[in-house]
Design a protein around this ligand. Structure first.
Ligand code: SF4
Length: 205
């Protein structure tokens, strides 16, 4: 019998995990890795982790919890903090989380790495795959490229998370995305001005 590969699945939250697990567990021996130092406040981080724990317990899946090293996350995205969602700020955020996943995969000898991040319509799958590819080359570990929101994947995650009675968050995760929900917040105004200035500066050259 063909041996199943060991997959380390970076997981951002329970709802996204439901769909991705249903797709990948058919082929891989999956271990879930919750590593999200971007999430704030800490109570929100804990609530999302608790949903993931509940799901992994039901499905008898091993769950590894990463560090909650928020200071490193703030440092990593600082230069791009005003650039909003689906922007270079998010690319730095994906990169930090994927790098840690590859580090753990390397240490613990996993065959394959993947992430649930692309389930969300607010995540850039092309960029996630590009970052995953570059780490795959660097670490010599396979990365599963995907856009899990496609083919009804996002809708499927909604259906499943409702079935499990999961909490569904109202913002992506970081303190900035939380502030950006209110288009009239001081943060949103600053962020919009920053983006306008960037466009003007780019058009000058
Ligand atoms: S909006 Fe989401 S992906 Fe972008 S930086 Fe914040 S937490 Fe990370």
């Amino acid at each position: 019998m063909k041996q199943r590969k060991k997959l380390l699945l970076h997981t951002c939250c329970g709802p996204c995990l439901t769909h991705v697990h249903s797709v990948l567990s058919v082929e891989y021996d999956t271990v879930v890795f919750y590593y999200n130092p971007n999430i704030a406040p800490q109570a929100e981080y804990a609530q999302r982790l608790s949903e993931v724990k509940q799901f992994t317990t039901i499905h008898n899946v091993v769950l590894l919890t990463g560090r909650y090293n928020q200071a490193d996350w703030f440092k990593a995205v600082r230069e791009q903090r005003f650039s909003g969602e689906l922007s270079p700020r998010c690319y730095l955020c994906y990169s930090l989380r994927l790098k840690e996943t590859f580090d753990v995969a390397k240490q613990c000898k996993y065959d394959v790495v993947c992430t649930t991040l692309s389930v969300s319509p607010y995540k850039d799958a092309e960029k996630i795959n590009e970052i995953g590819r570059s780490f795959a080359e660097l670490y010599g570990i396979q990365f599963i490229e995907a856009d899990f929101k496609q083919n009804g994947g996002y809708q499927h995650s909604i259906v499943l998370s409702k079935q499990y009675g999961m909490y569904r968050q109202k913002y992506c995760g970081c303190v900035y995305s939380r502030l950006e929900r209110d288009k009239n917040s001081l943060w949103s105004i600053k962020s919009n001005n920053y983006k306008k200035n960037m466009i003007t500066a780019n058009n000058k050259y």
